[in-house]
Design a protein around this ligand. Structure first.
Ligand code: GLN
Length: 517
């Protein structure tokens, strides 16, 4: 007894110590973060925009024109710098919430953006260009894109330009390299993207088979983006002016573009235009989310259907007496359970066609096929384990019972084993279904406009991240709750003892029954 009290007390003390330590460390970290902020520029960037920002393949460090420029600016201003990798469409929301002090990411100064954030003076002259396949002679200007399929990067000026093309089908990707890969794989007719980036991709990154037409569809200037009314604006403008003057800018420019830098205006001409940042129209958002939810439901239903068929086949193969088959299925299940779904999706959608094309076959899947294939293969791996586990959890004696009733193995499975296993399988099956509803959001990376992507697209034009993502989350919640409810009902229905019974037609007179009170 004494020993037990001692142990309990000792345990409580230990717990208090650990909690105290964690709390102390957390507070220290927060305090140090708060102290860091004034001297450090935390700069957001989307590191898939070569040659402006990218990861060095050998060292893993961030490199690029923007990175060197910003580092030189910080040096001139006597500030420290820390880069934060963020998606391009997340940069403006991050600036709005002031989680970063600036963003440098080849971001074009537009009047629309200038309504929600500030820009430094222009630091680079660029413009949009149209990229097509080398063999394509039908597209020469922006007008020729009418009714064609165009790939763009989300939230960019290229995406905005593409949206203005009449009758075009637009696929939106997370970054420019993915949009260009889509063109290379032959699934779209053109990409509208920043000229220097497309040029770099064709020349340096070995994207052969593409060419640029309609050079400089627009003239754009890049600026460093800063939260509204930030004290850093003056410091950054001064630093930029200093490195423009002392030759550092020209030196960095020359190294990356092998040319003399062009003259830069003090103010981007685009700022003279009237800015019309799109407000958040709730009706429109609702419509878009419903459209996205419908695609999410279709994706879930199709993938679960095929996943169930595949999973059942794999489960039976895994309990079959054929050893090589069991091994094969084990490898399949381990691969699809042990690797991220995102990687599988990229492998199937971008990787396989590229591999086949490099071998000389003209293979390319459409988006729906690739998404359903990747999701079903993944779900089937999980379902196979659930089904196998359920079937094997039924006592051996049940098989013997079937045998003693002169049933063959198929009949025993059908009438004895499976009905019992099914009840055990149902709860994890429900879990898997709910997971799948949420996992379909990964299909956004291959340009699928399902629920999550619809939200992202709205944020990219309205910059209202919180409200929009909250709305997206609520729609997911409604869908998962409905699914959870349906599975609960099914479970209750499958329970032979507690199955909800229909009320008897003629109520039993209470005088005959046992009184309830
Ligand atoms: N310059 C383009 C824009 O600002 C693209 C930038 C990017 O993708 N990093 O929209």
């Amino acid at each position: 007894m004494v020993a037990r009290i001692f142990r309990v007390r000792w345990f409580k003390r230990f717990l208090a110590l650990v909690l105290g330590l964690l709390l102390g460390l957390g507070t220290a970290q927060l305090v140090s973060l708060a102290q860091d902020t004034p001297s450090v520029w935390e700069v957001g960037t989307e590191p898939a925009f070569p040659p402006f920002e990218m990861k060095d393949e050998s060292t893993g460090d961030l490199v690029g024109f923007d990175i060197e420029l910003m580092t030189a600016m910080a040096e001139a201003a006597g500030r420290e710098i820390k880069f934060v990798a963020l998606p391009f469409d997340g940069l403006i929301p991050a600036l709005q919430s002031k989680t970063i002090s600036a963003a440098i990411s080849g971001m074009t100064i537009t009047a629309e953006r200038a309504q929600t954030i500030d820009f430094t003076r222009p630091y680079f002259k660029a413009g949009l260009a149209i990229a097509v396949k080398q063999s394509d002679d039908s597209i020469k200007t922006l007008d020729d894109l009418k009714g064609k399929r165009i790939a763009v990067a989300i939230g960019t000026t290229g995406a905005k330009k593409a949206a203005e093309v009449e009758g075009a089908t637009i696929s939106t990707f997370d970054n420019s390299p993915l949009a260009l890969q889509e063109l290379l794989n032959g699934r779209v007719d053109a990409v509208i993207n920043d000229l220097p980036v497309t040029l770099y991709a064709i020349r340096e990154a070995n994207l052969q088979g593409l060419k640029i037409v309609g050079e400089l569809v627009t003239e754009e200037y890049y600026g460093i983006a800063i939260p509204k009314n930030s004290d850093d604006l003056a410091a950054m403008n001064d630093a930029l002016a200093a490195i423009l003057q002392n030759g550092t800018y020209a030196e960095i420019y020359g190294r990356w573009f092998s040319a003399e830098p062009p003259e830069l205006p003090l103010v981007a001409p685009a700022l003279a235009e009237a800015g019309t940042a799109q407000g958040l129209a709730w009706g429109r958002l609702f419509q878009n989310l419903m459209r996205g939810a419908w695609i999410t439901i279709l994706l879930t239903a199709a993938s679960f259907f095929f996943g169930l068929i595949g999973g059942a086949m794999v489960a039976f193969a895994m309990i079959s007496p054929i050893k090589p088959l069991r091994w094969l299925c084990r490898i399949y299940v381990d691969f699809f359970r042990g690797t991220p779904m995102l990687v599988q999706l990229f492998m199937i959608y971008f990787g396989l066609p590229a591999l086949f094309q490099s071998m000389g076959f003209d293979l390319s899947f459409n988006r729906i096929f690739a998404a359903i294939l990747a999701l079903s293969l993944n779900v089937a791996a999980y379902l196979a384990e659930i089904l196998r586990g359920g079937i094997q959890s039924i006592d051996r004696g049940q098989w013997e019972a079937g045998e003693s009733l002169a049933m063959n193995p198929v009949e025993t499975m059908r009438y004895v084993i499976f009905p019992q296993a099914f009840r055990r399988i149902l709860p994890p099956l429900g879990n898997e279904f709910i997971t799948l509803i949420k996992d379909t959001s990964l299909a956004a990376v291959i340009g699928f406009e399902e629920l999550f992507r619809q939200g992202q697209l709205t944020v990219a034009t309205t910059y209202r991240a919180f409200e929009v993502y909250l709305a997206v989350a609520i729609v997911y919640l409604i869908m998962t709750s409905l699914a959870s409810f349906a599975f609960k009902r099914l479970e209750a229905y499958m329970d032979p003892i507690n199955r909800p019974k229909k009320a008897p037609k003629t109520p039993v007179p209470s005088a005959i029954g046992v009184s309830e009170s």
